[in-house]
Design a protein. Sequence first.
Lengths: 392, 264
Amino acid sequence: MTLLNDAPMAAPAHGLSDEQQALVEMVRDFAQQELEPHAIEWDREKHFPLDVLHAAGELGFGGIYVREDVGGTELTRADTALIFEELAKGDVTIAAYISIHNMVAWMIDTFGDDDQRERWVPRLASMEHLGSYCLTEPDSGSDAGALATRAVRDGDDYILTGVKQFISGAGSTDVYIVMARTGEAGPGGITAFIVPADAPGLSFGPNEVKMGWNAQPTRPVILDGVRVPAADRLGAEGEGFTMAMKALNGGRLNIAACSLGGAQWALDRAVRHISTRRAFGAPLSTQQSLVFTIADMETELQAARLLLRSAAQSIDSGHPDVAAHCAMAKRFATDVAFTAANAALQLHGGYGYLAEYGIEKVVRDLRVHQILEGTNEIMKLIIGRSVLEKVS
Amino acid sequence: MRIIVLIKHVPDTWEERVLDPVTGRLDRSASERVVDEITERALEAALALKDRDKSIEVVALTMGPSESTGAIKKALSMGADSGIHLVDDALAGADAMTTAATLAAALRDAGADLIIAGNESTDGRGGVIPAMLAEHLGLPALTFVSELSIDGGRVRGERATETATSVVSAPLPAIVSITEGMPEPRFPSFKGIMGAKKKPVASHPLADLEPALAGSRSSASSVVLTCEQRPGRTGADPIVDEGDAGTKLAGWLIERRLAEQRLV
Ligand SMILES: Cc1cc2nc3c(=O)[nH]c(=O)nc-3n(C[C@H](O)[C@H](O)[C@H](O)COP(=O)(O)OP(=O)(O)OC[C@H]3O[C@@H](n4cnc5c(N)ncnc54)[C@H](O)[C@@H]3O)c2cc1C
């Protein structure tokens, strides 16, 4: 495994093509104008800005790596990582939701038949419709293969019954991909379904009160005898778990990129703060221990960026170890980004703890990236097993 | 219908701009270059017309050094159909007369029904190019408009003055300069960015324009004679707030006749 082969330089703009630089510039302008000025308020008010998401959809944010014939832009995962890093500098939570939405659009584009692609994807790609990804349940998170929601065949339909937990966007979104059991116990008995928000029997629990990610709702999704036509079964029976995991490879990179963007934003703020804030007769930036802190933050974020770009190339090139590469990028980037954001808070002193400065929000938002889309312990399981497999 | 938008690549307005003390010209390497915000609005005006009438062709034209292809790329990614780049070392440091003559030479046979420019650029701020072009090309000019529409072979605009709003109109072809009162430019879409490199860009050195230039070139031109760096700030006079900062500030202004004292 030569991860760093052909890897571009880690500095944000190094090794980028003209198009990639133009993409980054456009996302930066969008994030600075449409997200950043509102991020603190959206967090405080728990406001999910549907209007801004629709505007983002018109620019192509809804189908970044979806195929062009159904309204996507078909960019590479390397491009996608750059986009999410830049977007998250404006608002980590909104960028992360857009990642989940892209996972949903990509699943239908990739695993759907022609009819499903035409019926569902164009409006997801334009973000006229928003998507949610429903895998986790109250009693199965890390062990998603043990999920209990049932889908029972009834003529031309399936009838879905069960509860999904922690579903991002739920209650505000239009299209739900639900993983449910049609067969035996374990991952092999799981099938994916496309369920519209207005399906009779589908309802939502209360919006969870959480530490961060406040600008997007997280709710239980309750399926009480929801009738889904077989035409909305995604792929064949028993393929749902594999499809859900493939979607998560990309989701993990996007979440890693969101962590990186949030932490880079916090680092930039911290550098500005300690350069202007004076104590003991000189700017704080003259204190060697703070210089070292900055050095560690910068080094670890650059390393995460390299690992992320390398894993993105693994998806783009169809590398056989893609799951492990994505897991490494996700584990490393979300850990060092959280540490860096927390260090940025410390460098701001008391101001870092005030909502007004935006730093504490980034810390709260980044914390959950170590938990969702597979906890970082589960990432280590994936990585470790893939290394050990090579020996046996 | 063909609309040509004049765009300009300028140093980022938000960064410090530096003059080269020897030539008196802008040091273009000193700051990041962007499409002049007001010319982005000019492009937006053209694209908004195109949104309503897809048959409209929008062409972005710029005169500038080779890096200015960046400005054309941005315009193409926002939705312009093609670009024209006037690029020649001999144009470095061109004054308004030369710039207007050169742009006019390029525009003369370009078949524009409408030419849209910004009222001034954020770097040079001469604010004369659109009127000069109208003179060169013998076109009616609607300058400083903050609203724009086309209808039945005429262009119509609104221009705010100190006392009133004038509604102005002219038959096409015409030239329009717009102010910052026009709507903000759109973001390029991902598709627009990826498609930009497939769009045609014509690059013209001065030699291409020679026949058309011959008629409009003027012997008058302005050159920079001397240039000095702005002196650093000195003599700051800090006012310490001891609960009476307001009174002190007012006193400071009155002393310098920047404000007058009135007894109420
Ligand atoms: C804000 C938020 C949004 C979310 N959005 C979505 C969504 O949109 N869709 C969706 O399907 N899910 C979503 N999730 C769910 C998320 O993916 C799960 O919370 C996550 O997978 C962990 O599952 P769990 O909470 O059940 O924890 P558990 O699986 O119970 O794990 C508890 C702890 O045990 C550790 N652990 C578990 N198994 C092992 C093991 N074998 N070895 C070592 N350690 C282990 C875990 O790492 C963790 O630290 C969201 C969660 C949150 C908090």
